[in-house]
Design a protein around this ligand. Structure first.
Ligand code: CP3
Length: 360
């Protein structure tokens, strides 16, 4: 079968060796990223197509990753609706928190399309560059027509976590409290995010994204009944809407720290692929998830920081545990800033060198 390897794997092919990309593959561990970082603050970098395109391409050039993920952030959606957002050095994101119905009513979903126009321009440029560059040299180690462009959004629950809490948190206690104490208000927020996220992902697809991923980084803090209501149900609605408009575009879900609930997530949301966090036991998950759902993951980012023989062994262990099954190699969470770029090279080289291994 021909076509881009990552796209084939996301559609259910057991491609061998598996295609690879890494969450946060464009980041502070790359010197060329740090050089650009000095030029503008984070939101400006996301909203400037020249910068966002260049940063997205940096890991492609170096490692010929099979996927290029748009450089942006899950909090661009609330920002686009008018919620104030700032990224402070070492503090992470800071937002004006949503506490009341009046706070919610101040959001302006009708602004999203215009506010995200630069992101759509970035996607159009990326797709053109990846598939048919004017100068093939711009892709470095990658070849034209081989890299899949990935768009993304946060899942409604995870984005709501930051919107209600006003930033990051260990426990997101005020969010979980709101979900119980003010189910109507919280439900309205989830509903608003469900609709705007589906529309924004469709826009991303219409501007060049070939696959989309929903990051649900905090899905794992909910008990099962709340997981059904605030994770599975909204994800199902987003998947249905994207499918209706773009039936062939694969959707990756990432119910981080979902534990055994990832089995029901895979079956009930309708996603094509599920990203697994570092804690997922691959042999167990293989049994929980129908093999029509591609699995993505799940090397520990700290193992990548460590490098050496433990890294080589762990890369082979993850790859070989998924042999014969549709799999996309990735980490269980994002690349950490202290990672050596040489370790990323070792990961990619080890993964792709299957000359000594028998075919599955
Ligand atoms: O994977 C990629 O490289 C694509 C771009 C991307 C970013 N954030 C860039 C970013 C993606 C897919 C995200 C997702 C995201 N953003 C998530 C879900 C995944 C996860 O990590 O759990 C979450 C929860 C956020 C919210 C967010 N953005 C936080 C908590 C922070 C601060 C902490 C940190 O890691 O720096 C950000 C900032 C952010 N998003 C940066 C980048 C490159 C760092 C900003 C900088 O370089 O100054």
């Amino acid at each position: 079968m021909t076509g881009k390897k990552l796209l084939r794997a996301l559609k259910g092919d057991a491609v061998w060796p598996p295609p690879v990309w890494l969450m946060r593959q464009a980041g502070r561990y790359l010197p060329e990223f740090r050089a650009l970082r000095a030029q503008a603050d984070f939101i400006t970098r996301c909203m400037t197509p020249d910068i966002a395109t260049e940063v997205t391409l940096q890991p492609i050039r170096r490692y010929a990753m099979d996927g290029a993920i748009l450089f942006s952030d899950i909090l661009i959606l609330p920002w686009a609706m008018g919620q104030s957002l700032e990224f402070k050095e070492n503090l992470g994101p800071i937002l004006e928190p949503i506490h009341t119905r009046a706070d919610l009513d101040r959001l302006q979903p009708e602004r999203v399309r215009e506010a995200t126009a630069p992101v759509m321009e970035t996607l159009r440029r990326l797709r053109r560059t990846l598939d048919a560059p004017d100068d093939p040299g711009i892709l470095g180690a990658a070849k034209p027509g081989e890299t899949t462009l990935i768009g993304f959004a946060g899942s409604p629950f995870t984005v709501a976590c930051y919107m209600v809490e006003g930033g990051g948190s260990k426990e997101f206690a005020s969010v979980r409290h709101m979900a119980y104490a003010e189910p109507d208000l919280f439900g309205r927020l989830i509903d608003l995010l469900t609709r705007t996220t589906a529309d924004m992902l469709c826009d991303q697809i219409e501007n060049g994204a070939e696959a989309v991923m929903l990051f649900d980084s905090w899905a794992g803090i909910l008990p099962p009944a709340q997981f059904d209501r605030h994770v599975i149900a909204p994800t199902r609605r987003i998947v249905d809407e994207i499918r209706r408009r773009h039936p062939d575009v694969p959707i990756i879900g990432f119910p981080r720290l979902g534990g055994v609930l990832v089995g029901r997530y895979a079956e009930e949301t309708g996603i094509n692929a599920m990203a697994l966090d570092t804690t997922a036991d691959l042999a167990i998950v293989r049994g929980l998830v129908p093999d029509t759902v591609t699995l993505q993951g799940n090397l520990d980012p700290l193992c990548l920081v460590a490098g050496g023989t433990p890294l080589v062994d762990a890369v082979k262990a993850v790859r070989d545990a998924m042999k014969g099954r549709a799999h996309v190699f990735n980490l269980g969470h994002g690349v950490l800033p202290q990672t050596s770029p040489e370790h990323v090279r070792l990961l990619v080289d080890t993964l792709r060198d299957v000359s000594a291994e028998p075919a599955p």
